[in-house]
Ligand binder design. Structure first.
Ligand code: AKG
Length: 271
């Protein structure tokens, strides 16, 4: 069975970088302390319940399992809240967490990194009854940066499994170019394509606990099913890029200014 490379505190950044370069995905266990995770989860649940914009509805995206339109039962189900880092100091603190930023800096190979606000800066709320299946895709399919080099940090705010729609990954797929006919009309990778099939057969769906973080390259294929439990799954996902890798002018990726960090300064001020 294929497993993701796992790390725990204190992180060996050289090892982390080596495994990340090879697999395009690594798992860090227990990165965020339980009290901070609980507070983020509480605030996130309040924000979903209060339907604070901006957000995206399941029905707007229309993935398999989503309500057919916003007018039918469940049509108002929120899939994700956007612009999380700007919503509350707790969310901002996680975006600027010095351990997280140190890892990002090692993976992106620069102390000057930027958190996008145009894409994954989201609270994913996968709700029972009306959530959907997200088929195999890589995030750079939708994003337009000078180079396709971004890293996402997926923070579990509770338990994540295949049952409640936890993410699965194709480790090593960040280095693979599949032919055009391996994708369907919505640009999802088709698991029954002869070149994609062997990759999908080796998919890894890690079980996560609150405070675990998956770091994955924006080129790494990932997927998730709908939530088949009775409880909403909450996850907070942020994506970072080197500040020297700006979004392409005029693209959606450039629609909002990112939040820039100098990781050396962040680490020094935490000492
Ligand atoms: O939670 C999911 O269904 C998948 C989320 C995801 O992969 C994405 O938004 O890019």
């Amino acid at each position: 069975m294929v497993l993701l490379a796992e790390f725990c505190l204190p992180i060996d950044l050289a090892q982390l970088r080596q495994r990340f370069q090879a697999d395009g995905v690594v798992l860090v266990r227990g990165l965020l302390a339980p009290d901070r995770v609980s507070e983020i989860r509480r605030l996130a649940m309040d924000a979903v319940a209060a339907r604070q914009p901006p957000f995206e509805l399941e029905a707007e995206l229309g993935y398999p399992g989503a309500p057919a339109s916003t007018a039918v039962e469940g049509g108002g189900t929120i899939r994700r809240l956007r612009n999380m880092a700007a919503r509350h100091s707790e969310f901002a603190a996680w975006a600027g967490d010095q351990v997280l930023l140190s890892m990002m800096s090692a993976l992106l190979d620069t102390p000057h990194i930027t958190l996008t606000q145009a894409h994954h800066n989201s609270l994913m709320s996968k709700q029972p009854s009306f959530s959907s299946d997200t088929r195999w895709h890589r995030d750079v399919r939708y994003w337009r940066f000078t180079r396709p080099e971004l890293v996402s940090a997926w923070l579990a705010l509770g338990s994540e499994t295949s049952e409640n729609g936890g993410l699965g990954f194709l480790a090593g797929s960040h280095q693979v170019d599949f032919p055009e006919d391996a994708y369907d009309e919505r640009e999802f990778l088709m698991g029954d394509h002869p070149l994609a099939g062997p990759w999908v057969a080796r998919a890894v769906f890690p079980n996560l606990q609150a405070g675990d973080v998956v770091l994955f390259d924006a080129r790494t294929f990932h997927a998730a099913s709908r939530n088949r439990t009775l409880h909403t799954k909450y996850s907070l996902v942020y994506s970072y890029h080197a500040s020297s890798n700006p979004p392409q002018a005029g693209s959606r990726s450039a629609s909002q200014e990112g939040l820039a960090f100098n990781v050396k300064e962040v680490v020094e001020s935490a000492l």
